[in-house]
Design a protein around this ligand. Structure first.
Ligand SMILES: [Zn+2]
Length: 271
């Protein structure tokens, strides 16, 4: 008798080989940058999509000449377009210099052209605000979605507080992404997500639980955010304290938008 296998709640992997082209699907290659850290896992995945007139490079990653050379080599110098999923350093710091080296146009992020104006056969962009307001995912066709930092297998995405991010936009983007029924998500950090629907449902559930916990930590008298932070994120490592503060901020803003929390004086209280 066999029991049905449970879909994974996290997708982890051993440290991939840095600077080597790793083919993850036909015409879809990643080169992992050597920028590991508490927010980047083993490093940024720079995705290369093989297209008719050259490669589409998604998230060039950090400003690192070795990584750029590895990307150029993997594309045999034929880069058609460079795309950035969102304006975070680990995704776009090396974008402008790669665009110059490859003589290719750059779209998205803080330095690229408006991604809404990009027209490429077989590829389309999906706006997924939340983690940041400018976040886009890349539909590479055939049920494959490059999900950037919107959905990652190794860790939940940090949702920045306004104006940079938005919890309510993130929850809506998650639902929209789930409804797409993609076969595989290829994120900017970590291995591919092979069961998107159940994985996204798990993300939604844990996020809504955390928002409910945040609500139950609120009292009739206002509490400062650092007090709420200590209640909701116990034993937090120092290097994650800023991320947790952003997360708490975006959850409080979500509760405020729902009419369940009020920002008063230097703190927050239950409505
Ligand atoms: Zn990011």
């Amino acid at each position: 008798m066999s029991t049905p296998s449970m879909p994974p709640s996290r997708y982890l992997e051993a440290t991939p080989e840095y600077g080597q082209p790793l083919t993850e699907a036909p015409g879809l290659v990643r080169v992992v940058a050597r920028n590991p850290g508490p927010m980047t896992y083993h490093g940024t995945n720079t995705w290369l999509i093989e297209a008719e007139h050259g490669w589409i490079v998604v998230d060039p990653g950090p400003e690192d000449p070795h990584h750029q050379q590895a990307v150029l080599d993997a594309c045999a110098g034929k880069i058609h377009t460079i795309l950035v999923t969102h304006s975070h350093h680990d995704h776009e710091a090396g974008a402008q210099s790669l665009a110059r080296l490859a003589e290719a146009p750059l779209y998205g992020g803080s330095h690229g052209q408006n991604p809404d104006t990009l027209i490429l056969p077989g590829i389309s962009l999906v706006r997924t605000p939340g983690h940041t307001m400018d976040h886009v995912c890349v539909d590479a066709g055939d049920g494959r979605l490059l999900s950037g930092d919107h959905i990652m297998g190794w860790s939940t995405s940090v949702i920045l507080r306004a104006p940079h991010g938005s919890m309510s936009a993130y929850l809506a983007s998650l639902k929209e992404t789930r409804a797409r029924n993609d076969r595989t998500l290829f994120s900017a950090h970590g291995p591919p997500i092979t069961e998107p629907e159940s994985f996204i449902s798990g993300l939604l559930k844990s996020r809504l639980n955390k928002i409910a916990q945040t609500l139950s930590a609120l009292t009739p008298a206002p509490q400062p955010e650092n007090q709420l932070l200590a209640t909701l994120y116990r034993n937090l490592p120092q290097n994650l304290s800023r991320a947790a503060a952003e997360m708490l901020g975006s959850m409080l803003e979500e509760l405020e938008a729902r009419g369940e929390a009020i920002h008063e004086g230097a703190g927050w209280r239950r409505k």
